[in-house]
Design a protein around this ligand. Structure first.
Ligand code: PMP
Length: 385
């Protein structure tokens, strides 16, 4: 039991109370087997049923085509930065016999980190765009005529972007897929996964840490095109100077073993499954997307009413619907946070790297919570204008 929190934390984030209540029961006694969902072997039938159930519900919810495979990994988004580079390069090498070079679109601190990791591992990525270099700050997505897209894309092993930049509050309204014909597109959806409908067929790979919209920290969801699961041998990869993936993060190995090559946190996967079932019961992603759009619109409108009090640095068309980032013109951050807390509105402090405020409006944050936040924003704005 708990009072419904009005919590806007960026991750780990709020989960539906009903999901947690079911999970609490299942932690102790899962489906009457006399053991908790975290105590059973990941290879037992109950354990593999958990993984399979989550997989199937994800396929249903996102309408994932047969061309794509779903798997779960530990390691969070950051491990994805490394394993995407090694695995997707291996796929490219199988098709072309070459190492190639990935291309990265940098629109905020997470895609920047991903590009830096690809560089650190020796993949020498092409930076197709660094929006901070173009516009002096993260907060825009310049039009593609300002991008440095290689004329010849035949050596581009994959194209990487972050669909929603959690720290900077920048989200792609629509990625310009048509500018990269023939290139496999990879995206980090850690902070907006399942917040909206997505045409999975357009992607080579989608990955997302679970701890914002889908569950607890400890599990990362991957959706990958099956044709990308064919790799050269380890010897061939080494000859091409392509670093091998650590075995537990080798995508074909994980897929072959139905996400249970090594011990997967079954309880954490079960929570993902409960969240997926909850979303399906609520009417699926179309319904959730509409609510999310309404939540974001209401909050941005409330903030915009007081331009002398609240500063919105992100350009309107690319404002994130998940992470609403703003600053206080007079720098009264501590006062704002304290006053919000008095109204039981919590988790509003911005990321330590950028400061200011950030209200994360993930799926589990209700319209009612957002309306309370809007009331607070208006009261604070009127008082400080
Ligand atoms: N990508 C995005 C978009 C994120 O928001 C985060 C975490 N906030 C990460 C990657 C890194 O995830 P993790 O902490 O699970 O490594």
């Amino acid at each position: 039991e708990r009072k419904e929190p009005n919590y806007f934390g960026a991750g780990p984030a709020l989960l539906p109370t009903s999901v947690l209540q079911q999970a609490a029961q299942d932690l102790i006694n899962f489906q009457g087997i006399g053991l908790g969902a975290g105590e059973i072997s990941h290879r037992s039938s109950a354990g593999s049923n958990i993984i399979e159930s989550a997989r199937q519900h994800l396929v249903e919810l996102l309408d994932i085509p047969d061309t794509h495979e779903v798997f779960f990994l530990q390691g969070g988004g950051t491990t994805g930065f490394s394993s995407i580079a090694t695995n997707l390069t291996a796929s490219f090498a199988k098709k072309t016999g070459r190492k190639g070079r990935p291309a990265y679109v940098v629109t905020g601190s997470w895609s920047k980190k991903a590009a830096e990791e690809a560089a650190r591992l020796g993949f020498g990525p092409d930076i197709v765009l660094d929006s901070k270099k173009v516009d002096g700050k993260f907060g825009t997505i310049p039009s593609t005529d300002k991008w440095s897209i290689p004329e010849d894309l035949s050596n581009t092993s994959y194209l990487y972007f972050c669909d929603n930049e959690t720290v900077n509050g920048v989200e792609f309204p629509e990625f310009p897929f048509d500018k990269f014909p023939g290139v496999e597109i990879v995206t980090d959806m850690s902070s907006n996964f399942l917040s909206k409908k997505v045409d999975v067929s357009k992607y080579g790979c989608i990955f997302a840490g679970a701890q914002k919209n889908v569950g607890l920290a400890g599990i990362t969801v991957y959706i990958i095109k099956k044709s990308l699961l064919d790799y050269p041998t380890d010897e061939e990869l080494t000859k091409l100077n392509i670093p091998l993936s650590p075995i537990a993060f080798d995508f074909p190995t994980v897929v072959k073993n139905k996400s249970a090559y090594n011990t997967i946190p079954t309880f954490t996967v079960h929570i993902v499954d409960l969240v997926l079932q909850h979303l399906i019961q609520k009417g699926g992603l179309e319904v959730q997307q509409k609510t999310n759009e309404q939540k974001a619109r209401l909050l941005y409108e409330a903030l915009e009413e007081f331009p002398s009090v609240f500063k919105l640095a992100v350009e309107k068309p690319v404002r994130s619907k998940m992470n609403v980032v703003f600053t206080l013109a007079d720098g009264s951050d501590a006062e704002f946070l304290k006053a919000a807390e008095e109204k039981e509105l919590t988790g509003l402090k911005g990321h330590r790297s950028v400061g200011g405020m950030r209200a994360s409006l993930y799926n589990a944050v209700s319209l009612e919570s957002v309306k309370l936040l809007c009331d607070f924003v208006r009261a604070y704005g009127a008082q400080h204008a």
